[in-house]
Design a protein around this ligand. Structure first.
Ligand code: M6R
Length: 590
């Protein structure tokens, strides 16, 4: 099983007893350990690569985790949200833990069940019923050779059906070399596997419906999970990526917790200015965040392009909170901005996707986005998860400062938590965007309009098109067009318009008027508007319906079709979508 990363790795085999080798760092470190200390060839083995969440990337935190009686070895993807209570319960029974992970709780719980005489599958079902959060678990029992059990909730698990051998994995890529026959497990299901048998049940031992399928792509495409581009794969990963950003941040008592935010609350209460600093797509995420953060915290929030920041002698004091956003965590412009801010005694919070990168290391605190590795040079899930993480930070500041009532925070958190399936809804209709791209494949220029949070979405849509399809593309605030850029509008010019949800203010109607202004000058309008927005329909040459969300959350659904438009257009033009010309994934020079 693999997670988002590669900060440690480990394997366990069953050979009379359980034997484990695990090592922090890249898989090469584990390889070296195995060369020094080889494992026997056995028929039953589990392996895992880790991206640290609970506990740093150390040898002891690497998976597999073994129960204290040495009987169970277990690997885990996801986050067990109630691990602290379970850990305390197990410690009260005298069980000693050897790692800081949430995962070890599951290994120890299973050990306890087996010690009571439970069968491996029954024991695992009992454990699963006690866990909250997201997990894929795979376990082996020293006393039951040739058998493993795996279970899933909110985290993927597939079974590979071989000939005299079977597999379980987080993704078919792990076993495609050996078999293309696979079974996808449903929510809250457990699979009991031997070389000859595969039995799937629900968490109560009842029968379960499974979904067998044949994998149609080969090993070379495996890394991309069958997609032609990493970018496309990453666009499709966005519902899960946003869910992972939000996972475990909200306690059942209604308190927001940001584990990696280590700045005393008193200091956060004294903040009188927030400056968000970032580059490219991350900067646009910051522009979106400004609207929410100011609205929720009532603290003035500036957003600054990192490469401009320190050269203008910005006004920074110890009560300034600098928030840096970086997917890679290695962007030199952003790093230099952090160093400058800290020299001026500001506190710096990094929002970052890469565990242990330089930017989080040099910041006072970090909120990880947990989006998983982003390989395509064009940032996609990076953007959505950065927006989600900024919103968490805004709500957290509002909570600490008493700027919002608990029920208000609760309502926004509920809305945020409801967005992943809505993003999926957008993806389910994305075929329409393919047709739009085919229609405009020969266009030389595209404009993007938006207002309020729709404006940075327009900027992001234009950036995607520039970097992937090498087209002239510009994003504008829709109301600003009449002050000059409307001169660019000519017959048949495609213009994307992000229409705000129909709300109490006049924002929606103003944008509808802006659409009419450009149509009157011959533009072809591709309108992104919420379902049921009949007012805008007559002015849309092409209408793409977005799920209903509140204005501040609209970027999480409205950006997706724009990402896909750029991906499709570049594909149709025969360009390399994952590695566009002149660009690099991490820009480590100023
Ligand atoms: O790794 P970072 O988030 O710091 O990168 C910032 C920009 O270089 C990055 O977002 C860039 O604009 C992307 N290629 C946009 O798709």
């Amino acid at each position: 099983m693999e997670y988002r990363g590669y900060d440690s790795a480990g394997v366990a085999v069953l050979d009379g007893t359980i034997q484990v080798r695990k090592k922090a760092g890249k898989i090469a470190n584990l390889d070296a350990l195995l060369a020094q200390s080889p494992l026997p060839d056995t028929g039953t083995a589990i392996g895992h690569t880790r991206w640290a969440t609970h506990g740093g990337p150390t040898d002891s935190n690497a998976h597999p985790h073994v129960s204290s009686d040495g009987r169970v070895a277990l690997i885990h993807n996801g986050i067990i949200e109630n691990f602290a209570a379970l850990r305390a319960e197990l410690q009260a029974q005298g069980i000693e833990f050897s790692s800081e992970t949430d995962t070890e709780v599951a290994a120890q719980l299973l050990g306890v069940e087996l010690a009571k005489g439970a069968d491996l599958a029954d024991g695992m079902r009992t454990v699963c019923r006690r866990l909250a959060g997201a997990f894929t678990l795979v376990a082996i029992d020293a006393l039951q050779p040739g058998r493993l059990v795996a279970a899933r909730r909110n985290s993927p698990l597939v079974v590979g059906v071989g000939d005299g051998e079977n597999f379980v994995a987080s993704d078919v890529a792990a076993f495609i070399e050996f078999t293309r026959s696979a079974i996808e497990l449903g929510q809250d299901q457990l699979v009991d596997v031997t070389a000859e048998s595969i039995t799937v049940t629900d968490f109560f031992g009842g029968p379960a419906e499974t979904h067998p399928f044949e994998v149609t792509w080969d090993t070379s495409a495996a890394e991309k999970g069958g997609y032609d581009w990493f970018m496309r794969k990453e666009i499709y990963e966005q519902p899960k990526a946003v869910a992972d950003t939000l996972l475990g941040r909200y306690t059942p008592e209604g308190a927001l917790t940001l584990d990696e935010l280590r700045i005393p609350e008193a200091e956060l209460r004294s903040v009188d200015k927030i400056i968000i600093v970032a580059c490219g797509t991350a900067y646009y995420a910051g522009l979106v965040a400004k609207y929410a953060i100011e609205h929720w915290t009532r603290v003035p929030c500036e957003v600054e392009i990192a490469s401009e920041f320190r050269y203008r002698d910005p006004i920074i004091s110890p009560t300034t909170l600098v928030v840096t956003i970086s997917q890679s965590g290695e962007t030199a412009d952003t790093l230099m901005a952090i160093r400058h801010a800290r020299e001026q005694k500001a506190k710096v919070i990094a929002i970052c996707n890469t565990n242990g990168a330089t930017i989080p290391r040099e910041s006072d605190a970090v909120i990880y986005t947990h989006a998983g590795p982003e390989i395509g040079v064009a940032s996609t899930k990076g953007f959505l998860t950065q927006v989600a993480a900024c919103y968490l930070l805004g709500l957290y500041l509002a909570q600490v400062r008493g700027a919002m009532f608990d029920d208000e925070i609760h309502n926004v958190m509920n809305e945020l938590a409801a967005t992943p399936p809505l993003i999926q809804e957008v993806l389910d209709r994305i075929g329409q965007i393919r047709e739009v791209a085919a229609r405009f494949v020969d266009t030389r220029s595209v404009l993007f309009l938006g207002r309020h949070v729709g404006y940075p979405v327009a900027l992001e849509g234009a950036l995607k098109l520039k970097e992937l399809a090498y087209l002239h593309a510009e994003g504008f605030p829709a109301g600003e067009l009449k002050h000059g850029p409307i001169a660019l509008v000519e017959d048949q010019l495609p213009i994307f318009v992000v229409v705000p949800p129909q709300g109490r203010d006049q924002l929606h109607d103003k944008v509808v008027s802006n659409i009419q202004e450009v149509r009157a000058r011959g533009a072809l309008t591709i309108v992104l508007a919420e379902e049921g927005d009949v007012e805008v329909e007559p002015y849309a040459d092409i209408l793409f319906s977005l799920p209903k969300v509140s204005t501040l959350l609209q970027p999480l659904v409205a950006t997706v079709p724009l990402q896909m438009f750029a991906c499709e257009l570049a594909t149709l033009k025969g360009f390399d979508v994952d590695q566009p010309r002149n660009l690099a994934k991490s820009v480590t020079v100023e």
